[in-house]
Design a protein around this ligand. Structure first.
Ligand code: COA
Length: 342
C-alpha cells in the first residue's frame, strides 16, 4: 500500500460475482394450466416469461452455497481464509431461527468467520452490500462474501395468481475486498431508506411474534407472502427514481452519463417508468426479469451476473437500485470492475 493511502478509510471493491438458478423452469403457460391466468396477462402486465423454482427439499442455503461458491471462484479465492465475513440477504431463511449465513459459511469451508443474515426484503442485497462496506471501512474485515438468496416458492400461496406469476427462486453473490475509492469496482455513494408506515403492504402475516402459529388458529393463520401490488407499484417507481438520481448526483455523474441501471427486477413496467422518470434511455436499464421473474434479495446480484456477461464493460458507470417490503429502498453507484461471473 502506498504511504499516502496508509491512513485512508478503505473502499469496498467488487472482485467476484456469481449466480445460481435452480434447474426447474416454470413458464407462464405452466401457470395458466393450474391457475386462472394466461401468458398474455403475465407478459403484458409484468414482462415476465418464465421463472425458476427450487425442488421441494431445496432450501435457500442450498442456492446460496452455489452462488457463493461461484462468486469465490470468480474472485480467485478458496480455503478457510477466502473471506473474513459472510452476509446473506434473504426473506426466506431456511428457518426462522437460526440465521442462514452460518450454515452457508460452514458449507463453503470458510472456517469460523462471522456470518449473519440481513432482512430488508427486495432491498436486502443493497443493505447487505452497504453493511459489508462498513465492515471493510472499519477494518473489521478485509473481504466479505455478500449473497442474496431466496426460495419464494416456499412462501407463495399456491392459489394466488398475483404473486405466483411474479416471484422466482435463485441466488446471486459478490465478493468485496478492501481497496481504494478510485479503482474500478469501488462502491461509491449509497443511499438506504425505509418507511415502516407501509409495513403491511408486503408481508407474511403469520408465523412471526406478531401472530405466532401457536396462537393463530384455523382460518386466521396466514403463512403466505402477501403484496398490495398497486400501492407498491407507485412507490417503487418514485423511490427507486429518487435514490438513483441522488447517488448519480453524489458521484458527479449526469444521469445521461450512467451506462447501466441495474434496478430490482420487479416488473418491466416499473423498470421502464424509472428510466423514463430519471431521463435515461430505457435500453440502458438492464432487463433480466423476463427469464427469472422477481427473485427479491437475489434479484440485483443475479441481474449483475447476467449483465456482466452481456452489457457491462470495465469502467462503466453503474447505478444499482431496489425497493421492497418494509418498506425499504436504496441505491448504490459504482464503476464496473474487470470481473466475470463464474
Ligand atoms: N393473471 C390474471 N389476472 C391477474 C393476475 C394474473 N397473474 N394477477 C392479478 N390479476 C388480476 C387481479 O385479480 C385484478 O383483477 P380484478 O380487477 O378482477 O380484481 C386485475 O388483474 C388487476 O390487478 P392489479 O393488482 O390491479 O394489477 P396490476 O396491473 O397492478 O399488476 C402487479 C399486478 C402485482 C403485477 C403489479 O401491481 C406490480 O408489479 N406491483 C409492484 C410489485 C413490486 O414492485 N413489488 C416490490 C418489491 S417485491
Amino acid at each position: 500500500m502506498a504511504p499516502d493511502q496508509r491512513h485512508r478509510t478503505p473502499a469496498a471493491v467488487v472482485c467476484g460475482l456469481g449466480g445460481f438458478l435452480p434447474p426447474q423452469v416454470i413458464t407462464n403457460d405452466d401457470l395458466g394450466r393450474v391457475l386462472d391466468t394466461s401468458d398474455t396477462w403475465i407478459r403484458s402486465r409484468t414482462g415476465i416469461l418464465r421463472r425458476h423454482r427450487a425442488e421441494p427439499g431445496t432450501a435457500t442455503s442450498d442456492l446460496a452455497v452455489e452462488a457463493g461458491r461461484r462468486a469465490l471462484k470468480s474472485a480467485g479465492r478458496d480455503g478457510e481464509d477466502a473471506v473474513d465475513a459472510v452476509i446473506v440477504a434473504t426473506t426466506t431463511p431456511d428457518r426462522i431461527c437460526p440465521a442462514t449465513a452460518p450454515a452457508v459459511a460452514w458449507r463453503l469451508g470458510l472456517g469460523t468467520v462471522p456470518a449473519f443474515d440481513v432482512g430488508a426484503v427486495c432491498s436486502g442485497f443493497l443493505y447487505a452490500l452497504v453493511t459489508a462496506r462498513s465492515l471493510l471501512a472499519s477494518g473489521a474485515a478485509r473481504s466479505v462474501l455478500v449473497i442474496g438468496a431466496e426460495t419464494y416458492s416456499a412462501i407463495l400461496d399456491p392459489g394466488d395468481r398475483s404473486t405466483l406469476a411474479i416471484f422466482g427462486d435463485g441466488a446471486g453473490a459478490v465478493v468485496v475486498r478492501a481497496g481504494t475509492p478510485d479503482e474500478p469496482g469501488a462502491i461509491g455513494p449509497a443511499v438506504l431508506a425505509s418507511d415502516g408506515s407501509g409495513s403491511d403492504l408486503i408481508s407474511v402475516p403469520s408465523g412471526g411474534s406478531r401472530d405466532p402459529f401457536r396462537a393463530a388458529t384455523g382460518d386466521r393463520a396466514d403463512p403466505y407472502f402477501r403484496m398490495q401490488g398497486k400501492q407498491v407499484f407507485r412507490q417503487a417507481v418514485e423511490r427507486m427514481s429518487e435514490c438513483s438520481r441522488q447517488v448519480a448526483e453524489r458521484s458527479g455523474w449526469p444521469v445521461e452519463e450512467v451506462d447501466v441501471l441495474v434496478a430490482h427486477q420487479a416488473n418491466l413496467r416499473i423498470l421502464q417508468a424509472v428510466a423514463d422518470r430519471i431521463g435515461m434511455p430505457r435500453e440502458r436499464c438492464h432487463v433480466h426479469l423476463d427469464r427469472v421473474g422477481n427473485t427479491a434479495a437475489a434479484s440485483i446480484p443475479l441481474a449483475l451476473a447476467d449483465a456482466a456477461g452481456e452489457v457491462l464493460r470495465p469502467g462503466h458507470r453503474v447505478v444499482l437500485t431496489a425497493f421492497g417490503g418494509g418498506l425499504t429502498w436504496g441505491a448504490i453507484a459504482l464503476t464496473w470492475p474487470d470481473v466475470s461471473p463464474a
